[in-house]
Design a protein around this ligand. Structure first.
Ligand code: ADP
Ligand code: MG
Length: 449
């Protein structure tokens, strides 16, 4: 199967070839023809399988004909985060270089002036996050009645971030005879309902079991006490042929502290999390892409969908609280056919989370034996505050209760719009010695509730 078999125009095929894609991925091969035939479509495939081009490529050909009108975008793509929206825009630029298409990007945290100007002179493609779009719509700065093609991308993440009501409102403002495409890594019932309500007789394409993991990724779990996680990370970073790595942690504070600790140990590390403003996040991402830093410490929402090629390793410094996040996180490696490695650190506090991950992916993650006693660290200047640091990571931070977990991404998102906000962290339980069993429920109650 080649791109030329899918019915795309010659100009587009040239741009695809220039960008270096030789073969469509399975989701692309199965979705591009029906999208070109103007059908509604649901595309389900795991993270990193090329869903973006599944809609960007046919859209470029569909939009090649037709006229732009002031304030009335011809098509709308909804993305859950600013980073993803920006990536989709980059894709349009790359593949649309032989076409005369205008686009605008509406995302939080950036100046709107130029985008509003673009909108008022007419755009073919509007790429937006739901919050910012609703804002503008309510202020009458945009009309959606000319929008004949809608893409709801990363629908499951939209759900996690609390965007479904906004999306429903937006859908109801668009003409009913539009074409609607929905892409997601998984299909939870709420998304199914959304699709039933707003898509018309959609073609359903699913290329892999929801939440199954990519076979190009070699996965390991590493049993390690919380206070040894940093040492374990350094050891693997030094010994496992790591070229570039993303290290995920569950809390923004951990992300920040981890980046500093790695820097103190001589690693070129940076950080990206929801407390940073957009320009700081972009700058850090650019440094990572340019190879100025080789390790990026990240929180889930900030890192969602980052398109960074050639990440050799993903580390889960904490096992994610949402099992879906595990699939999203490790999807940062093993992209475009390359093999990647994913290490998940499992301390006793991560026990429940890892059980949930393995339940979701349907298989036990192979254990990686790590003997830190054998591992010798290169001699280092003593860290400035070794004792405090050690104590902070020491025993048991109980996992938050389930309600807290489902709130997590939403909370991070909200903090973005409200500026700096103290992160709600679970209370650190008192040292419970050698107890490795389940943590009593009453210890998990956050002081902030
Ligand atoms: P998803 O949205 O499914 O998570 P993306 O669209 O972000 O995935 O694509 C993941 C990565 O795969 C990107 O780096 C993209 O450039 C690359 N990619 C997409 N399609 C192809 C292809 N046909 N051949 C090679 N690489 C591809
Ligand atoms: Mg995507």
């Amino acid at each position: 199967m080649s791109f030329a078999d899918l019915g795309l125009s010659d100009e587009l095929l040239q741009a695809v070839e220039a960008a270096g894609y030789t073969e469509p991925t399975p989701i692309q091969a199965q979705t591009i023809p029906p999208v070109l035939m103007m059908k509604d479509l649901i595309g389900i495939a795991q993270t990193g399988t090329g869903k973006t081009a599944s809609f960007v490529l046919p859209m470029i050909d569909i939009l090649a004909h037709g006229r732009r009108r002031a304030l009335m975008p011809r098509s709308l793509i909804l993305e859950p985060t600013r980073e993803l929206a920006a990536q989709v825009a980059e894709n349009f630029e790359k593949y649309g270089k032989n076409h005369d298409l205008k686009m605008a990007l509406l995302i939080g945290g950036v100046q709107m002036g130029d985008q509003l100007k673009a909108l008022s002179s007419g755009v073919d493609v509007l790429i937006a996050t739901p919050g910012r779009l609703m804002d503008l719509f309510e202020r009458g700065k945009i009309m959606l009645t000319g929008c004949e093609l809608l893409v709801i991308d990363e629908a499951d993440r939209m759900l996690d971030m609390g965007f479904i009501p906004d999306i429903e409102t937006i859908c109801s403002k668009l003409p009913t005879n539009r074409q609607t495409l929905l892409f997601s890594a998984t299909m939870p019932p709420v998304i199914k309902k959304l699709a039933d309500r707003f898509l018309t007789n959609p073609k359903y394409v699913e290329v892999a079991r929801p939440a199954s993991t990519n076979t190009n990724i070699v996965q390991h779990k590493v049993a390690v006490p919380a206070r040894k996680k940093r040492e374990a990370l350094r050891h693997i970073l030094r010994t496992d042929n790591v070229t570039t790595a993303i290290v995920f942690a569950n809390r923004k504070t951990t992300v920040r502290e981890l980046a500093k600790s790695l820097q103190r140990h001589g690693f070129s590390a940076g950080e990206i999390h929801g407390d940073m403003d957009q320009s700081a996040r972009n700058a850090e991402l650019e440094r990572f892409k340019a190879g100025e830093i080789s390790i990026l410490c990240a929180s889930d929402v900030a890192a969602r969908g980052l398109d960074v090629k050639g990440v050799s390793h993903v580390f889960n410094f904490d096992t994610p609280w949402h099992p879906d996040d595990y699939v999203h996180r490790i999807g940062r490696t093993g992209r475009g056919g390359a093999t990647g490695r994913a290490f998940t650190f499992v301390s006793p506090e991560d026990a429940e989370a890892i059980a949930n991950v393995e339940k979701l992916t349907g298989s036990a993650i192979p254990v990686y034996e790590l003997d830190l006693a054998e591992a010798t660290e290169p001699r280092q200047r003593r860290e400035e505050k070794p004792r405090r640091e050690a104590r902070r990571e020491e025993p048991v931070e109980p996992a938050p209760r389930r309600e807290t977990r489902t709130e997590e991404p939403r909370r991070e998102h909200r903090s973005e719009s409200r500026g700096r906000r103290r992160e709600a962290e679970p209370v650190v339980a008192q040292d419970n010695g050698s107890w490795n069993g389940p943590i009593p429920e009453f210890l998990s109650v956050s002081a902030l509730h």
